[in-house]
Ligand binder design. Structure first.
Ligand code: PLA
Length: 449
């Protein structure tokens, strides 16, 4: 591609993205480090058409990138030959036998899809499968949602939760938050700040800090909220606290961006886990909503999710959807068909929907029972400290309070894998592995203070 054409064809923001890309690709090349965002044209001219002068590879100067802090835990786990190893890193559901689970209702839906001779593999529209979008909005906002009835919701099928966030990106996030949040939004070219959320002293919500920080956010800011089962802390606001957050945000014109990656996984009830979101929809105000079916339908690798934008009027929703198409088309053109077809098959049929809620409840209950078993095991060992947060926290994860040295010790000595912030995926635990984990925690807190 001729550099002159590149410059002529790109808007300023695209120019900035290209220069960022070039800087990422060539961080330490002596020939090119002088290139800055202001010096984009020179960098583009020398890349990639001037490949390999005196070097065997254009990419020879690339540094080794670090593993992802969450997904990298699985990479390390897979390399460990120990027979007693346990992976409590990534939030992926496992059975009591430690095996990944495909829901029966999902298998049934897939069988139905395969047996249907009229199914074809055409591209979906940019916005995805229309029926999937309708049903997804209904699932999170409720069948009787006024926003749906008044056609004020624009929904697009996206690549799971991450893709939905990426398409809707622009926000403030809680501190701490899922480690990928700041990266997704920074790469969208947005200024990212955090608000206080977790108080390590109480292992609970820093509600005062949260309200103070939201009060001082500039009006019009977008605020990321975890709909339920906050990752990594497992600490959610109470309904009263949600109401105060709602009032403050609406009075300051802060726009909520809900991330719902665990609907049904927290309490076992889809409706209960959507209460926070529905409070904000009920007041008639606008919001963004990123939904994932990775956990609650076990469709991790199918990458199926949705972004819904609740708008002030039906007319605005139409224009919002038209803009979302402009975002999606150059990003991945249109979303994949299979996962969305599975979800639509299940959500449209009341009998399959019920079967799903039972399987979902069973997963949530198993996680809750793991919390109790781990708590009891630590108590019976007399492990120093108050471990009641294990049973108080909600959702897939326990934010143990273990420090990074203790985490490293448990990996080294016990082959137990978790993220370095001390987060453990309760869904990766089973009755068989609870004693091993409790022994490890006991040793870690007694030997390394
Ligand atoms: N939002 C939150 C709060 C999440 O925890 C996750 C997944 C996502 C969005 C995105 O999930 P999806 O794109 O697969 O739908 N967090 C996991 C996995 C479970 C990960 O890091 O990718 C975690 O272990 O934190």
């Amino acid at each position: 591609m001729a550099p002159a054409n590149v410059r002529a064809a790109q808007a300023p923001s695209a120019d900035r993205r290209l220069s960022t890309l070039v800087r990422h690709l060539l961080p330490s090349s002596p020939r090119r480090t002088a290139a800055t965002a202001a010096d984009t044209s020179a960098t583009l001219e020398s890349f990639p058409t001037m490949a390999s002068q005196g070097s065997s590879s254009v990419f020879a100067a690339l540094a080794q990138a670090p593993e992802d802090p969450i997904l990298g835990v699985t990479v390390a786990y897979n390399k460990d030959p120990s027979p007693v190893k346990v992976n409590l890193g990534v939030g992926a559901y496992r059975t009591e036998e430690g095996k990944p689970l495909v829901l029966k209702v999902v298998r049934r839906a897939e069988q139905m899809l395969i047996n249907n001779p009229s199914r074809v593999k055409e591209y979906l529209p940019i916005t995805g499968l229309a029926e999937f979008n309708k049903l997804s909005a209904k699932l999170i906002f409720g069948a009787d949602s006024p926003a749906i009835q008044e056609n004020r919701v624009a929904t697009v099928q996206c690549l799971s939760g991450t893709g939905s966030l990426r398409v809707g990106a622009h926000y403030l996030h809680p501190q701490p938050t899922w480690g990928n949040h700041p990266k997704v939004f920074t790469l969208s070219g947005l200024t990212v700040r955090s608000y206080r959320y977790y108080d390590p002293a109480t292992r609970g919500l820093d509600f005062k800090g949260l309200l103070e920080d939201l009060s001082s956010a500039p009006s019009g800011s977008i605020v990321l909220l975890h709909a339920c089962a906050h990752n990594p802390t497992g600490v959610d606001p109470t309904i009263d606290q949600w109401e105060q957050i709602r009032q403050l945000m609406r009075s300051k014109s802060l726009l909520p961006f809900f991330d719902s990656a665990y609907q049904g996984f927290a309490s076992g009830s889809l409706d209960k886990d959507a209460r926070s979101v529905r409070m904000f929809v009920a007041d008639g105000g606008e919001l963004l909503m990123a939904q994932s079916y990775a956990k609650n339908m076990g469709l991790y690798g199918e990458r199926v999710g949705a972004l819904s934008i609740v708008c002030g009027s039906a007319d605005v929703a139409v224009r919002v959807e038209s803009q979302l198409k402009l975002v999606i088309r150059p990003m991945y053109s249109n979303p994949p068909l299979h996962g969305a077809s599975i979800v639509a098959t299940i959500l449209r049929d009341s009998e399959m929907f019920n079967e799903w809620t039972l399987e979902l409840k069973a997963m949530a209950d198993r996680i809750i029972s793991m919390r109790q078993q781990l708590f009891d095991a630590l108590k019976s060992r007399g492990t120093p400290g108050d471990w009641s947060h294990i049973i108080k926290q909600i959702g897939m994860f326990t934010f143990t309070g273990l420090n990074s040295e203790q985490v490293a010790f448990m990996r080294q000595e016990y082959h137990i894998y978790m993220t370095s912030d001390g987060r453990i995926s309760m869904a990766g635990l089973s009755t068989r592995t609870v004693p091993h984990l409790s022994d490890a925690i006991h040793a870690a807190v007694t030997q390394l203070k």
